[in-house]
Design a protein around this ligand. Structure first.
Ligand code: 5GP
Ligand code: MN
Ligand code: MN
Ligand code: MN
Length: 347
């Protein structure tokens, strides 16, 4: 088995306490030592190491979850498998400089195996928090950078990169098709440009690639994603709010959200800090909102030690939320945790 999964087995103490109406599977149960033990517990959730199983069907959506990459990942040291959507739950930079955001965007652009990449910021991505940066930029940077320039870079990055800040996005089949075609066009037009440079003068041709991608029938509705960078205050970083005061942020999470992305965890899920008395530091009000919204998946990071998956089974029949702490970096900021893969049926 994969050595980096070892720490997961010790994350949750056996005395895990939680509200009565929530039934937990502990991370240690879900991240069993072998894939054979792991998969029956959550059949459509996989850890991306070794050989990945195929998607259950061609029209399924494969979502790759990562977080807290902190500019430590590149194509050589961190493998991202082929998928339809990548979600990144924040802390993509070391210290939130525009140059570090550029570096992150370049890495995302290199992931041509995934057409759509949805990104939310975290407390380290300081230049992206306008109010905070105006006041505190000197604590992080020697020269003040332009907040709007950094935001615009993320918003205009193209290549299927979608930056969300307390807002939603619907992934449907048409979008996937569009982005895949776009990527294909980028690839083939650059190929053609080199090929015909001397004869055509380098003009890229508009190639019809519509036949190269499956049409994804049945994808009318799409998956509704909503993402927020905010977390309870810890040492005055970006997108910090005083504990107990996050209710007004979470009330904006739409009730029909399928996939919730936040930088920080909800209370009791992937939120234990071993070096701080094993405290659950997740957001209590986020858990309260989770009880109402009950998304299919909640993807987050921030507490690197909490990497792993847990499942909330709501009292309602057949209703559950799978909580995914997708922190890529360990507590020592090493990019050792593999991406977590989710396969979603056509919607
Ligand atoms: P980051 O600085 O990347 O946001 O978080 C890195 C680490 O800081 C986490 O893995 C965790 O160890 C610690 N940390 C972050 N937020 C909190 C918090 O609210 N309480 C405590 N005790 N530790 C935290
Ligand atoms: Mn982090
Ligand atoms: Mn709901
Ligand atoms: Mn963080």
């Amino acid at each position: 088995h994969h050595p980096t999964l070892q720490p997961l087995l010790d994350i949750y103490p056996p005395s895990l306490s939680s509200p009565n109406h929530i039934r937990h599977h502990r991370t240690s149960e879900l991240f069993a030592q072998t894939m054979e033990e792991f998969e029956p517990l959550l059949p459509n959730v996989h850890v991306a190491f070794g050989r990945l199983v195929d998607k259950p069907g061609p029209n399924w959506l494969r979502m790759v979850c990562i977080s807290d990459t902190h500019n430590k990942t590149d194509a050589n040291n961190y493998h991202i498998p082929e998928a339809d959507v990548l979600v990144h739950a924040g802390d993509f930079t070391k210290m939130g400089t525009t140059a570090q955001i550029d570096q992150f965007i370049d890495w995302l652009k290199s992931l041509t195996q995934i057409p759509i990449k949805i990104v939310v910021a975290g407390n380290h991505d300081v230049v992206l928090d306008k109010e905070f940066y105006e006041q505190h930029w000197h604590r992080f940077h020697t020269t003040k950078e332009d907040h709007q320039v950094a935001v615009d870079k993320l918003k205009a990055a193209g290549h299927g990169i979608i930056y969300l800040n307390n807002e939603g996005y619907i992934v449907n089949g048409a979008q996937l098709l569009h982005e895949k075609n776009q990527e294909q066009k980028n690839r083939s037009s650059s190929g053609i440009m080199t090929q015909h440079m001397d004869t055509t003068g380098g003009d890229a041709m508009d190639i019809d690639v519509s036949s190269t991608v499956d049409p994804r029938e049945g994808w009318v509705e799409g998956y509704r994603i909503w993402a927020s960078p905010w977390q309870p205050e810890f040492w005055e970083w970006a997108f910090n709010e005083v504990r107990g005061k996050l209710k007004d942020i979470w009330k904006h999470i739409p009730e029909d959200t399928d996939i919730l992305m936040t930088h920080g965890p909800p209370k009791y899920h992937g939120d234990i800090v071993p070096h701080d008395k094993n405290l659950h530091v997740g957001c209590e009000e986020l858990l309260e909102r989770l009880k109402v919204v009950r998304p299919l998946y909640h993807v987050f990071g921030h507490i690197h030690e909490g990497y792993g998956v847990s499942k909330i089974e709501w009292d309602e029949e057949d209703r559950s939320t799978v909580c995914i702490n997708a922190s890529t970096c360990t507590v020592n900021y090493k990019p050792l945790n593999p991406p977590i893969i989710v396969d979603l049926p056509p919607k």
